[in-house]
Design a protein around this ligand. Structure first.
Ligand SMILES: CC(C)(COP(=O)(O)OP(=O)(O)OC[C@H]1O[C@@H](n2cnc3c(N)ncnc32)[C@H](O)[C@@H]1OP(=O)(O)O)[C@@H](O)C(=O)NCCC(=O)NCCS
Length: 338
C-alpha cells in the first residue's frame, strides 16, 4: 500500500461512536406474496432481500434517529447537551418542515445544538458525513451528530411489485470528533450529482411543484416512482467509477481495505462493484437480506453489521459508497478509530 494521507486544513476528524436502530416490526417476502404477484425466490435472486423492518404507525423517521443517537451517547459516555450540531441525511423527514434535525434536537434534549437535514436520496448519510467532518476539521465544532435514516415504507406503493419488495425502515448515527494524536480518521471523499437522473427515481407529490391534493393522491404521486433498470445501470457504473477514483487518488487498492461498506440497494449492484475493486467477498459487508434498502440508513446499519461480524476493527481502512435519487453518488475513505 502507498497510502498518502492528505493534509487537511485544520485538524483531522474521526468517527468516535456508532449507534443504529431498526423498528421491531418486520415484513417478509412471504408477507409480500399475499399483497402482490411475487415470490421469495424472485426477490432473493434479483435483490438479495428476505425481510425488511417497518416503523409503527404514529412514528416518524426522527424516532429512528433519536434511538440511534441515544446509543451513540451511551457508548461515548457523553450528554446530549455536548452535541454542537445535528445533521440528518434523509428523504423521508417526519414532515416538510421543521427539519428532522430540529425534531431530533428537541427529543434528545440537545440544548446547545443547531442542525439541518441533507436531502441526497440513498447518498444522504455519506453527504451528511462530509458536512460534519468538515465542520470538525475546520475547528467550527468538536462534537457533531450525523444521522442517516429513512422510513421508506411510508412512501412505498404496496400494489407495485417492482418497488414494494425493495424498501425498509431503519438507520443509524455517528459522532464526529477531532482525531487524537496518531489517529487518521477521515481521509477523503468523492461526491457527485447528476440531476438528469431525477426522472428515473423520484417522489413527485407533496412538494411546491405538486402540492398534495386529491388528484396527486389518486395519481399515486406520494409514492416512490422508479425506473429500476435505469437506476441499476447507473448504480453499477457509478459505484465502481467513484470508488476506483477515490482509492486511486489516495494510493490505496481494494486489497488494502479492512472492509468495503456499500449502500444496500441490490445485492447484485454490491457484488458487481466489489468485483471491480478486487475485494474478497468476505470483506464486503452485505446485510440487505435483513433490512432491504433503508436509503440513508443502510451504511450506518452495515457499519454495525461489520463491527458485529468482526470485520471492522480499530485501525482498519474502510471504504463507504452510495448511489441514490438525484442521481447522487458518494464515497468516503477513512480509518476506523473506535
Ligand atoms: C428493481 C430491480 C430489482 C428489478 O430487477 P430486474 O432484474 O431489473 O427486473 P426487471 O425490472 O427487468 O423485471 C424483470 C421481470 O420481473 C418482473 N418483476 C418485477 N418485480 C417483480 C417482483 N417483485 N416479483 C416478480 N417479478 C417481478 C417484471 O415485471 C419483469 O417481468 P416481464 O419481463 O414480464 O416484464 C432492479 O432493477 C434494481 O434493483 N434496480 C435498482 C434499484 C435501486 O437500487 N433503487 C434504489 C436506488 S438507491
Amino acid at each position: 500500500m502507498s497510502l498518502t494521507v492528505r493534509p487537511v486544513v485544520g485538524r483531522r476528524a474521526k468517527i468516535s461512536a456508532l449507534g443504529t436502530y431498526v423498528p421491531p416490526d418486520v415484513i417478509t417476502n412471504k408477507d409480500l406474496e399475499k399483497l402482490v404477484d411475487t415470490n421469495d425466490q424472485w426477490i432473493m435472486e434479483r435483490t438479495g432481500i428476505k425481510e425488511r423492518h417497518v416503523l409503527a404507525k404514529g412514528l416518524g423517521v426522527s424516532e429512528i434517529c433519536v434511538e440511534a443517537a441515544k446509543k451513540c451517547l451511551a457508548t461515548r459516555g457523553i450528554e446530549a447537551s455536548e452535541i454542537e450540531c445535528i445533521i440528518v441525511g434523509t428523504v423521508t423527514p417526519d414532515m416538510m418542515f421543521p427539519s428532522t434535525a430540529c425534531l431530533v434536537q428537541d427529543k434528545l434534549g440537545a440544548k446547545g445544538a443547531w442542525g439541518f437535514d441533507v436531502s441526497a436520496g440513498c447518498s444522504g448519510f455519506v453527504f451528511a458525513l462530509q458536512a460534519g467532518v468538515k465542520m470538525v476539521e475546520s475547528g467550527a465544532h468538536k462534537m457533531v451528530l450525523v444521522c442517516g435514516a429513512d422510513a421508506n415504507t411510508r412512501m412505498t406503493d404496496y400494489t407495485d411489485r417492482a418497488t414494494c419488495v425493495l424498501f425498509g425502515d431503519g438507520g443509524g448515527a455517528v459522532l464526529i470528533e477531532p482525531a487524537e494524536e496518531g489517529e487518521i480518521g477521515f481521509i477523503d471523499f468523492v461526491h457527485e450529482v447528476d440531476g438528469s437522473g431525477g426522472v428515473s427515481l423520484n417522489l413527485k407529490g407533496g412538494g411546491s411543484l405538486n402540492p398534495a391534493t386529491h388528484e396527486t393522491v389518486d395519481q399515486k404521486m406520494h409514492f416512490i416512482h422508479q425506473d429500476g433498470a435505469a437506476v441499476f445501470k447507473f448504480a453499477v457504473r457509478k459505484m465502481a467509477e467513484t470508488t476506483t477514483k477515490l482509492l486511486e487518488r489516495n494510493g490505496v487498492t481494494g486489497a488494502d481495505l479492512g472492509c468495503f461498506i456499500p449502500h444496500q440497494a441490490n445485492k447484485r449492484i454490491i457484488t458487481a462493484t466489489a468485483d471491480r475493486l478486487g475485494m474478497a467477498p468476505e470483506r464486503v459487508i452485505i446485510n440487505i437480506e435483513k433490512y432491504g434498502n433503508t436509503s440513508g440508513g443502510t451504511i450506518p446499519l452495515a457499519m454495525e453489521t461489520a463491527v458485529e461480524e468482526g470485520k471492522l476493527k480499530k485501525g482498519d481502512l474502510v471504504l463507504l459508497a452510495a448511489v441514490g435519487a438525484g442521481f447522487t453518488v458518494g464515497a468516503a475513505l477513512l480509518r476506523w478509530e473506535i
